[in-house]
Write a protein that binds this ligand. Structure first.
Ligand SMILES: NC(=O)c1ccc[n+]([C@@H]2O[C@H](COP(=O)([O-])OP(=O)(O)OC[C@H]3O[C@@H](n4cnc5c(N)ncnc54)[C@H](OP(=O)(O)O)[C@@H]3O)[C@@H](O)[C@H]2O)c1
Length: 384
């Protein structure tokens, strides 16, 4: 186990030439802001979004030079709205949609094409890894050869699943969550994409809206019935307290740059190496307008480090105490592995990645962090 700690400006592998990507951007000054069209589609974001607001948001995006739109059949009316608004401008935009892990990719794409009012998509992504992962990828590859999908990609895979998928079908893209809190992709996925020429698409760059002024106060958030964020772990408990503490520090850094928290947070993602498209969701033209200012230049390395430091000060790696190590000797391999790797230097994401390199099922950094919270409550770890 090395000193693979989450210190300011986590090093990544050196960049590689883009061989087959659809966006051709790997270095920070080339990443583009795209519109994530889940929230405007209206499903799982509380009461359905009113159509005219959604359409005005899409129209503003085009007007202001956004060309990449990410959607999925499961995002409510998102594909329909994009089709209505972008149909006449089809050749000016890049349309990325998805198919579900249990769906037939060909049938799913036909439905998407109908809703999107087009006869091809620029990118078709497998939304998650399902039981017939290999079969789904082969079908995606066939759709690419037929030209109905100009490129194909994968979302939400473990590192070993990503490697296997790319060996099978030469993926063009990979999509995963990435924001200044949720940085697991830095461990294996982003370096892999850079090395092998896949475009990395960062989703939830605002941590589902947490990195906005709406949450820049110490009060716990409330979400309406039907908003999926009621179930998201970082809007609760200890993780919420930690994130709000960081947000207080970030708000000052953003203000120093005369930026809002959301634009500043997006700019941080755009400034990170290895990004091709940053998929920011926005429900209204006003939100979109605010977010667009993230495109005016990159954060300088000192600001990037200041953000990383603000996060690191709150998310410090845990150190297992002597009695925890002794007790863990009798625990299951996974739990024992975690405790043995809590050396006060190694991040939860790094521990999860190391475990997942050699063992199934893969472990996520969030699971390690929640386990560490339990250890802390039991007085078995300390933070220096
Ligand atoms: N592949 C996958 O499995 C997957 C999963 C999730 C997302 N995605 C993609 O990634 C895109 C982005 O992710 P996301 O929408 O979940 O999260 P996000 O981009 O981190 O957050 C978007 C939400 O933040 C709030 N917001 C945005 N700008 C704001 C502003 N300036 N001021 C105040 N609030 C603002 C809005 O919600 P409120 O107004 O309701 O607070 C908005 O819907 C999605 O649309 C989708 O295309 C993909």
């Amino acid at each position: 186990m090395g000193g693979n700690c989450w210190l300011p400006v986590t090093p990544l592998l050196p960049g590689s030439l883009c061989l087959g990507g659809i966006v051709s951007a790997k270095e920070p000054n080339q990443a583009q802001l795209g519109l994530g069209a889940w929230a405007i589609g209206g499903s799982d974001w509380g009461s359905p979004q009113d159509e005219s607001t959604s359409r005005r948001t899409i129209a503003l995006a085009v007007e202001r030079g956004i060309t990449f739109f990410d959607t999925a059949p499961t995002y409510g009316d998102s594909e329909l709205l994009l089709g209505r608004e972008l149909g006449p401008k089809r050749d000016q935009v890049t349309l990325a949609t998805k198919c579900g892990p249990l769906d037939d990719p060909s049938d799913s794409l036909e439905e998407s094409l109908r809703r999107l009012q087009t006869d091809y998509v620029d990118l078709l992504q497998l939304h998650e890894v399902g039981p017939d992962f290999e079969g789904s990828l082969e079908k995606l590859d066939r759709l690419r050869r037929e030209g109905k999908a100009r490129a194909i990609g994968l979302c939400n895979a473990s590192a070993s699943q990503l490697v296997k998928a790319h060996e099978m079908v030469a993926l063009d893209t990979y999509q995963a969550p990435y924001n200044l809190f949720d940085r697991e992709a830095e461990q294996r996925h982003i370096p892999f994409c850079r090395k092998h020429g896949l475009d990395f698409l960062a989703y939830r760059p605002l941590a589902s809206g947490m990195l906005t002024t709406r949450f820049a106060s110490a009060s716990p958030p409330t979400f309406p019935e039907g908003d999926h964020r009621r179930m998201i772990w970082w809007f609760k408990g200890q993780e919420l307290s930690r994130r709000l503490e960081v947000i207080e520090r970030l708000s000052k850094l953003a203000a120093d740059q005369a930026m809002t928290l959301s634009a500043f947070s997006l700019k941080w993602v755009l400034s990170r190496p290895g990004m091709a498209v940053v998929l920011a969701g926005a429900r209204t033209p006003e939100q979109l307008e605010e977010n667009l200012s993230a495109r005016d230049g990159l954060l300088d390395p000192e600001r990037v480090s200041a953000v990383d430091e603000a996060v690191f000060q709150v998310f410090r790696p845990a150190l297992a105490m002597e009695h925890a190590l002794a007790e863990a000797a009798g625990w299951e391999p996974r739990e024992r592995f975690i405790v043995e790797h809590l050396d006060g230097l190694t991040s939860c994401d790094s521990i999860a990645a190391e475990w997942s390199d050699g063992s199934e099922p893969a472990l996520m950094g969030a699971q390690v962090r929640q386990f560490v919270d339990q250890l802390q409550a039991a007085g078995m770890v300390e933070f220096r």
